[in-house]
Ligand binder design. Sequence first.
Ligand code: ADE
Ligand code: ZN
Length: 350
Amino acid sequence: MNTYDGAAEPADLAPLPNESDGQAAPPVMPLAELHLHIEGTLEPGLIFALAERNGIELPYADLDELRARYEFTDLQSFLDLYYANMAVLRTEADFADMTRAYLRRAAAAGVRHAEIMLDPQAHLSRGVSLETCVNGVASVLASSQDEFGISTLLVAAFLRDLSEESALEVLEALLAMNAPIAGIGLDSAEVGNPPAKFERLFARAGEAGLRKIAHAGEEGPPSYIIEALDVLGVERVDHGIRCMEDPELVERLVADRVPLTVCPLSNVRLRAVDKLADHPLPAMLAAGLNVCVNSDDPAYFGGYVDDNFAQLESVLGLSEFDRVRLAANSISSSFASDERKAELLAELSG
Ligand code: ADE
Ligand code: ZN
């Protein structure tokens, strides 16, 4: 049932699911989710529950009023709500509950390995400590394989609309506390905040032995993808869909098998593409790009990774062959151990 009263849906998308009835088809293929912001899994029901637990008054009278805000015109209009809703995350238990809810839902979607971004600066700026947010998420990730059958890695994502100094300070604090992070990412408002702004941050992360990813080419131009590769040395590009405007770049990405973590429902909801039927994913696959499908901020964009696949199938007629290829790409593009990748690839082909 669509409870998003009055919010016009992009033409070819199914209604945003209510989290209580949002289960898509039964578990399908094993896959890896490589582009997921844990704060973007905060479902409206959990926002209200945490607000009550923490004695926080929300600026929405009820769930319907909150859901009516899930109508975005661009990335910034989403980010405004995404950051505002984080106000309910105060304690380790809040971060842990959010993480557990994601893993439970992801397991049902077939996710067997997840690389999860956390935005520490968005919590520090609200007076929530690094220990609280990192330990809250990490405490659940530590047992995710046993509890949910999902191996996990944590990535600290830095807000590109803040200064590089702020990012460097937070990275040093994460390193000093021995935070269990496997890598760093770059997210938030893209246009006007090119990757090169964070050259020293990514150099420092490299020295510390961390993996490197960055959002690029979501709203920003193809040159941001090139900068992320050449200046930051990223191993994977989040989104990257605007590479299709630069044939030379596409050739390079294909030749180097650079993974692009594409998020189709996100791109439609944030109007990076007009409608799912216009999404470049089929062209990206046809070009031989190393793409995989992810949910980005599933609580905000109308679905988890299985919902993304289901809508790609129904709107774009994605074939079984391409589904398996996308799942295989997700596993091989992950930062999981070679052993874990082999195990999941064998499961996929078996
Ligand atoms: N933070 C959370 N979701 C994001 C997205 N899709 N792009 C940039 N920053 C984000
Ligand atoms: Zn993202």
